[in-house]
Write a protein that binds this ligand. Structure first.
Ligand code: MGD
Ligand code: SF4
Length: 742
């Protein structure tokens, strides 16, 4: 029988006589040790300027880390050659050094042990921790099969750990960046154009004449080059149309702000399609040449007049028509932006399909000022043996036919299966993702964790997930390690190098080292043909005619596009889309055959009950998810979120600015910590709004602990998208719990 897992804090750390490296020991005994090391760091052999790419968010801007003569890291600035940042990092990227210097960082491997006083962590050596993991995984494989081990991962280490787990024999691998983020838009665009959008999305904002943002708040959501291009486009006179229940920063820059009633966007999109078709404003030549299913679409949207949509969205027919005409006038240099975090109401693939269809009608896909056709570098492909074939995957547990990436929530479901003999997950490896804050319904995630026989967490910080682990492995930060070349798709292929600006602090180690060490213990090293990341980089760079020494000097290398590889579809040229028919599919036979609507259909979503408000959440410009709230530099910029409340609501409840309140959701869940009220006209009266990623519950995060409310905790109602498994999270309602003193 399993023992119930207790949440462990570093304060309970037992020092059980384990021999540790001197450096790690220093940091637990001497709080000044960090300061001393930072002062003297790098004096041995580090150059003054080293290239990196940022890990504070997934945009991966390339930059330079500068050190002074004493070897102290001074600043990180953008690399001028880099198209992701054009030489300018956002405030978070500039503050990235705080990730390195944060004294709360994980310092040594730790192992959970049980004693007469309950459970505790004790420090361990790397050998001991890695041996234990290899041994446990061996036992679990013999007992339940390799498939019973799952990997949750996010960030640069993903590829190495994926290789490890696949070589071990499991394909139960999932990233929150799909089912909690962009999964539905990938599925919607794939069904329409035969290609997903990837990251960064190929929006040609710098040349656009009209940018439509639907619940996508570029500006607060700091996607670096995208923000810069939007600002340039505005200067050049582009029209911005923002659809958001909240007067966001983007809304303040917009010609049209449509404060839509939450959960009704699909009705507006269908009505825009109606106006474009019925007023003839769509791109006739483009649609005729490249699209199929137009006649069915025309009939389908016939009833969706602006007058119909007005009753649902509260946007007046006049504004719906005017904005549709604005898009038509700018066509094809128009972008109806696909958004990024699009898991809202459970019908998100269909909403993303409607966005894809609108772009198709406007002729913007593959056109200047619309969506360009991205390119990336071709790197060396080292032939390796095929991975062992798993007997089952998460796909055998749940049916999301249009998911093309592992679904985190499906792995949680598979972990909750208790039937003897049934396929179920028994062990997790979690890398770079703080699941209690990332997955909706924290309680359910924790219930799944209680069902596990073994949990390994690799992280840089003592985030909530580490408190549930059996073994915690401290990864060094991106400023202390090599990683594979950054090879993101863009207008031209560009490679960027990340190398250590500093030796790993404490006894932290890079993911690549961790993966190869485990592979060697698990006797699956043949899937790791390079001993070190430097060896691999050298080989990759040789393949494209460069070298590590060249990349250390330039940081970013731009490669030419292939001659027949167009940035835009030439006017009138034949072009085969990646769909089954080779055409843009306005009518999806694939969806129809799988039992789904071939064209998007509006469905009504529940509204807040009396006295409740829709819980809306988004990004703070100076933070990324939950990973930065404890970063000393970024904490100084924004310590805690506030709750946006409409003045009418504030008056009704007698709320004052800065007053701290507890929120309670429709299922009676009360937030662990209160949040400060900010009374503002910028939010509709039927919703409240807060920043995601705050309200940490782990005291080891000395700054972020208890600062504000965590949205994840209050998101207990999840509407899962049946097409791709995305977890719709915006159907939750909250009220003020004023009887609880804050
Ligand atoms: P974070 O909460 O920032 O985001 O989900 P996550 O990636 O889980 O957790 C990142 C973890 O990575 C932290 O524990 C951090 O310490 C660790 N970390 C940082 N750098 C490194 C490193 O170099 N190595 C290792 N090993 N670990 C590192 C993001 C996901 O969340 C996404 S993409 C979206 S869009 C969703 N957003 C969202 C939301 O807005 N609201 C709610 N309620 N949930 C959401 N979930 C999704
Ligand atoms: Fe770093 Fe900001 Fe670029 Fe994200 S947008 S990678 S945080 S500099």
């Amino acid at each position: 029988m399993k023992t119930r897992r207790e949440f462990l804090k570093l304060s309970t750390l037992g020092l059980g006589g384990i021999a540790l490296s001197a450096i790690a020991d220093n940091f637990t005994k001497d709080p000044k040790a960090l300061e001393k090391l930072l002062k003297g760091a790098g004096s041995g052999g580090f150059s003054l300027r080293t290239p990196t790419y940022c890990e504070i968010c997934f945009w991966k801007c390339a930059g330079w880390v500068y050190k002074n003569e004493k070897g102290e890291i001074q600043k990180i600035i953008g690399n001028d050659e880099d198209n992701q940042c054009n030489g300018r990092l956002c405030p978070r990227g500039t503050g990235g050094v705080g990730m390195f210097s944060d004294e709360d960082r994980l310092k040594t491997p730790m192992i959970r042990v049980s004693g007469k006083d309950g459970q505790t962590f004790r420090q361990a050596s790397w050998d001991e921790a890695l041996d234990l993991i290899a041994e446990k995984l061996k036992i679990i494989k013999e007992k339940y099969g390799a498939e019973s081990v799952a990997l949750f991962t996010h960030g640069s280490g993903t590829e190495y750990l994926e290789t490890l787990i696949k070589a071990y024999g499991s394909d139960n691998i999932a990233e929150p960046a799909y089912a909690q983020c962009k999964g539905p838009r990938e599925a919607g665009f794939l069904a329409t154009f035969g290609a997903g959008l990837g990251s960064p999305e190929p929006t040609d904002i710098r040349d656009t004449r009209c940018l439509v943002l639907i619940g996508s708040h570029i500006g607060e959501n700091m996607h670096n080059a995208q923000v810069q291009e939007m600002s340039d486009a505005i200067d050049k006179g582009a029209t911005i149309i923002t659809v958001d229940p909240r007067f966001s920063t983007a809304a303040s820059k917009s010609k049209f702000w449509l404060p839509i009633k939450p959960a009704t966007d699909l009705a507006l999109l269908l009505s825009w399609i109606h106006v474009l078709i019925h007023e003839g404003g769509y791109d006739h030549a483009y649609v005729e040449k490249y699209a199929s299913g137009f006649d069915q679409l025309k009939t389908h949207v016939q009833p969706f007049t602006p007058e119909w949509a007005y009753g649902i969205t509260t946007i007046t027919p006049d504004v719906i028509r005017k904005t549709a005409r604005e898009m038509a006038n700018a066509s094809p240099a128009v972008i109806v932006h696909p958004g990024r975090h699009v898991t809202w109401y459970g019908d998100d693939t269909q909403r993303s399909r409607a966005i894809a269809i609108l772009n198709a009608l406007l002729g913007s896909y593959g056109k200047r000022g619309g969506f360009y056709l991205p390119a990336r570098a071709l790197l060396k492909n080292v032939p390796l043996a095929p991975f062992p074939e798993p007997k089952w995957t998460w796909r055998n547990i749940v049916n999301y036919p249009f998911a093309d990436v592992g679904i985190t929530n499906a792995i949680v479901d598979a972990t909750l299966v208790n039937k003897p003999g049934a396929s179920s997950v028994k062990a997790w490896m979690v890398n770079g993702t703080n699941l209690p804050f990332t997955m909706p319904d924290t309680k359910r995630t924790l219930k799944a964790i209680q069902n596990l026989e073994f949990l390994v967490v690799i992280d840089t910080m003592p985030m909530e997930i580490t408190g549930w682990a059996d073994v915690v492995l401290p990864e060094c930060t991106y400023l202390e390690r090599y990683d594979k070349l950054r090879n993101v798709p863009g207008r031209v292929p560009q490679l960027a190098l990340r190398m250590p600006a500093e030796k790993p602090l404490y006894s932290s180690k890079p993911d690549y080292w961790i993966a190869t060490q485990l592979a060697s213990r698990m006797k699956i090293s043949s899937w790791f043909p390079y001993k070190t990341m430097e060896e691999r980089l050298e080989d990759d760079l040789k393949f494209i005619g460069s070298s590590l020494s060249e990349m250390k000097k330039i940081g970013v290398k731009t490669l030419p596009r292939e001659t027949d590889d167009f940035l835009y579809i030439p006017d009138g040229a034949d072009y085969e889309f990646g769909t089954g028919s080779g055409k843009i599919e306005l009518y999806s036979k694939d969806f129809e055959e799988a039992g789904f609507d071939p064209m998007p259909v509006y469905t009504r979503h529940p509204e807040p009950p009396e006295g409740f408000y829709r819980l809306s959440y988004g990004r703070a410009p100076m933070h990324t998810f939950s990973r930065t709230s404890n970063n000393p530099n970024l904490f100084d910029l924004k310590k805690e979120p506030s709750l946006w409340v409409n003045p009418k609501v504030a008056t009704h409840w007698g709320l004052k600015n800065e007053q701290k309140v507890y929120l309670e959701n429709q299922d009676g869940v009360v937030a662990s910590f209160p949040i400060k009220v900010r009374i503002t006209e910028r939010i509709r009266w039927d919703s409240v709004y807060l920043y995601h990623g705050f309200g940490h519950t782990d005291k080891r995060l000395s700054r972020a602990f208890g600062m504000g409310t965590s949205d994840a905790e209050l998101i207990t109602r999840v509407n899962t998208d049946p097409l791709c498994g995305g977890t719709g999270m915006r159907g939750n309602f909250v009220t003020f719990k004023l009887d609880k003193e804050a």
